[in-house]
Design a protein around this ligand. Structure first.
Ligand code: XIL
Length: 361
């Protein structure tokens, strides 16, 4: 049985994020923006958003990114199947455009991801590739070298591996594991650091915020990397999370990670509201406020759990609710409301909770 540490408790806390008088500082109706403040202005570490290339020219998507964020990830444009859809045919056009957009707007770019450790997320040509350990080692090296060198100096950090461990702390079965054994993971880090010695290198995954076997195994792997002289800079906590998550537990997981001297990145944050709801539901004021309170608690968990020099940043997985990948396959875009901005790009209570933690309120 895989360890399941996901929150089980069902009550949704509803609490007010700010007092009513603070609403005077709100710029426009229905927006909980704080006049004079932006996310990137308030925090002294990067605040990121995952983008989708096709939307970069849309408004107010684009202006919201420029106004609020200081780092970009991409939901898909840097993944293996996008960058090397066929053997040795690298396609960088869209990823390059994202980098250009970021550079024009003085934002950093975080690369997600060199290896997604699932067969379902690996192109068929790799799965069907003929050869043994030697050939697959070459394939791994060639992909990582080519991609990381292409973006050297422009993409300043990478998720080297994504979702490589099961919740139980064992290695996820995939083609790299079958061909190269568990050593594939640190090999990937080694190749990435050879290709760009300055880039910060992360293992990215979900549910280590519960502090269970998966997190403990990553901390062991980081020790192993150090013993072998392989650079392993930090952990990416995806944090696709829910209203019921216990922020104290999350803070403890950050503390355990920071105690090892590892950078902590909240890499794909969103707070889903759809627990025990029909497939579409309305975002009520009380749900929205509860979400704001949770964002605030979680950002505080980060600030309290991670010392300044290890705060790599917080990245949300999209900009407005309708952009969220949770809504991708639903016509109404109201399957969930996990992000900081409403469908018309107004700042939600989620945004307000987030930014108030940064202001120490
Ligand atoms: C998702 C993207 O958001 C989707 O657009 C894509 O179709 C599938 O991947 N964890 C991850 C991300 O590490 O890469 C996933 O992104 C979301 C879950």
């Amino acid at each position: 049985m895989e360890e399941d540490l996901a929150p089980q408790e069902t009550t949704e806390k509803t609490q007010t994020v700010v007092s009513a008088s603070d609403l005077d500082e709100t710029a426009e109706k229905g927006s909980y923006h704080l006049k004079g403040y932006t996310l990137k202005g308030v925090f002294d570490f990067p605040i990121g958003a995952a983008v989708v290339y096709e939307r970069l020219k849309n408004e107010p998507y684009s202006s919201t990114l420029k106004r609020e964020f200081s780092r970009l990830s991409s939901e898909s444009n840097f993944k293996f199947h996008m960058l090397q859809p066929k053997e040795n045919e690298f396609v960088f056009t869209k990823a390059d455009e994202i980098v250009n957009f970021a550079q024009q707007n003085k934002m950093q770019v975080h690369g997600h991801t060199l290896i997604w450790a699932l067969d379902g997320m690996t192109p068929d040509w790799v799965l069907n590739y003929k050869g043994g350990a030697k050939e697959f080692d070459q394939l791994l090296k060639n992909h990582i070298y080519t991609v990381v060198k292409h973006f050297k100096g422009k993409v300043t950090s990478w998720d080297v591996v994504n979702e490589a461990l099961t919740p139980n702390g064992t290695y996820v079965d995939n083609i790299w594991l079958r061909k190269l054994g568990e050593g594939y993971l640190l090999k990937a880090f080694q190749y990435a650091s050879e290709a760009d010695p300055k880039a910060k290198l992360f293992a990215n995954d979900y549910s280590q915020e519960y502090g269970g076997k998966k997190l403990k195994k990553y901390l062991k792997i980081a020790d192993e990397a150090r013993a072998k002289g392989i650079r392993f800079d930090g952990l990416g906590f995806q944090m696709h999370t829910v209203l019921r998550v216990d922020a104290n537990m999350v803070q403890k997981s950050f503390e355990m990670t920071a105690a090892k001297g590892l950078l902590v990145h909240i890499s794909e944050m969103d707070v889903a509201l759809r627990y025990q709801k029909p497939s579409t539901f309305d975002l009520t004021d009380s749900l929205s406020r509860a979400q704001g309170a949770k964002y605030k608690e979680l950002v505080y968990a980060y600030l309290n759990g991670v010392p300044k020099h290890l705060r790599f940043g917080i990245t949300t997985w999209g900009v407005a609710d309708k952009d969220s990948y949770f809504n991708r396959n639903y016509v109404n875009s109201n399957h969930d409301y996990p992000l900081l901005f409403s469908k018309d790009y107004k700042a939600k209570w989620a945004y307000r909770g987030f930014i108030e933690a940064g202001l120490g309120r």
